[in-house]
Design a binder for this molecule. Structure first.
Ligand code: ADP
Ligand code: MG
Length: 143
């Protein structure tokens, strides 16, 4: 498989726990390159838009509150099988179900406050990257 891109977010609890470097280190050790990055405090409208797919879920309002409770760091990860690779590094949505050594097993407090987001497929990855970085926000490695 050729190099692929995926959208990753370190969520507000991840910043509160001071885990930016720890999480970036895990991405880099797994061979993923960070080719775009920004820190931001999501507005309610941005969080609602990003998670619109979950609008009908009972946890939607709480999810929006959580995602706007503090700043986040958003990045594009690039590498072989990046989407699945990142999902493996993250672990299962519920930390109780996550494999040992994953970010969520090691750091998540609950199924809601689970430290990281990662795109779940090629279509969502493309949409989510465009949501945060538009057409020209990526910095391809030139060396
Ligand atoms: P993932 O982030 O693993 O792709 P989902 O796309 O299903 O998981 O859900 C998006 C986010 O919504 C989760 O990461 C988590 O923060 C929150 N969430 C998911 N399921 C629940 C739930 N049952 N109760 C509370 N929050 C949830
Ligand atoms: Mg998801």
């Amino acid at each position: 498989m050729s190099a692929e891109q995926t959208l990753s977010i370190i969520k507000p609890d991840g910043l509160q726990k001071n885990l930016i470097g720890e999480i970036y280190g895990r991405f880099e050790k797994a061979g993923l390159e960070i080719v775009a990055a920004r820190m931001m405090h999501l507005t309610k409208e941005q969080a609602e838009g990003f998670y619109a797919v979950h609008k009908e879920r009972p946890f939607y309002n709480d999810l929006v509150s959580y995602m706007t409770s503090g700043p986040v760091v958003v990045q594009v990860l690039q590498g072989e099988d990046a989407i699945n690779n990142n999902r493996e590094i993250m672990g299962a949505t519920n930390p109780d179900d996550a494999d040992l050594g994953t970010i969520r097993k090691d750091f998540a407090a609950s199924i809601e406050e689970n430290v990281v987001h990662g795109s779940d497929g090629p279509d969502t990855a493309a949409q989510e990257i465009a949501f945060f970085f538009g057409d020209d926000g990526i910095c391809p490695r030139t060396r």
